[in-house]
Write a protein that binds this ligand. Sequence first.
Ligand SMILES: [Zn+2]
Ligand SMILES: [Zn+2]
Length: 320
Amino acid sequence: MTKKYVIPGYIPPEEDEILSSWIFRLARSHKMKPFTFAKYGLEVPDLWNRDFDKFYNQKLVDLLTTLTPLNHCKINSLHLISYQDIIFNSKINSAFTEGILNVGVEHRMRNNKGLLACPLCLSKKEFYKKSWRLVSSIVCTDCLCNLIDECPDCKMPIVFQRLDIGKKDVYLEKPMYLCWNCNNDLRKNYTLIDKNSDIFKYQEYINRTIEYGYNKNTQYSFNYFSVLFSILRKSRSNSTKFFRLREAFTKEFEISSDELSIHNFELSLQLRKLLLPLIYNLLSDLDQNFIPFCERNFIRISDIRSDGQPLPFWIFNKFR
Ligand SMILES: [Zn+2]
Ligand SMILES: [Zn+2]
């Protein structure tokens, strides 16, 4: 066994905390800037130039097991790789993994709105959650609150690690709930949701599916997510190949948005909030909701399945 040299400012990760948030807080508990901590504490000088929550850095994980009391299993649970075989059934790919939002790394900047936040969770404790990187996350069921994906004032993406950049040699500890760009308090403008709303029921079903690894629809949760994400993608696809699904959504649910995309992570949070609960409702009762919807709109198996992938049996079964 490798000898442990636990760092003096060790603090344990919070429940559902994402790796980058924990490392950011570890830097602060050592009174170091996150970039300095990465360079001298972890010996990974370019750490923050990558989306290391998604890109799996074995060396970093190994190192963290020697510098903290945590084992590999615990460190991995902070990484998005922990959703493998739960949300996606492929290898985690740093460029694109279905179900994971893309932060759009450019050096130390993040160009996409790929990190969400719950304003009320941030009021309880300053840290960022792993589930705030998921395409399927739209509301917080603990706080009954809509998630946000930008600063409500300046509309910039949420990039907490930029908070401590500031002037060289000046150590700052701005609260993690501030916007890095305009110092606006991200906890201020929140909107609540109803416990009886479809959006709440949807999110609760998703959270339980992730927790258990299965749900009412299928015994393998990734087989549910692959259908959910495939329908989501095709409902906003700009391809003429999938016009039937797109038109069915526009017609039946009066979706007026002209937003079209290739990948789900490009869809705005606004549109995901609208579409995901609708898809969840369709799938929640295949005989009563989904199959009649398909029949009314001449939707076939090929309109639903993920490109090149066979349709999972739990839904394929219903088309015969
Ligand atoms: Zn919350
Ligand atoms: Zn701002």
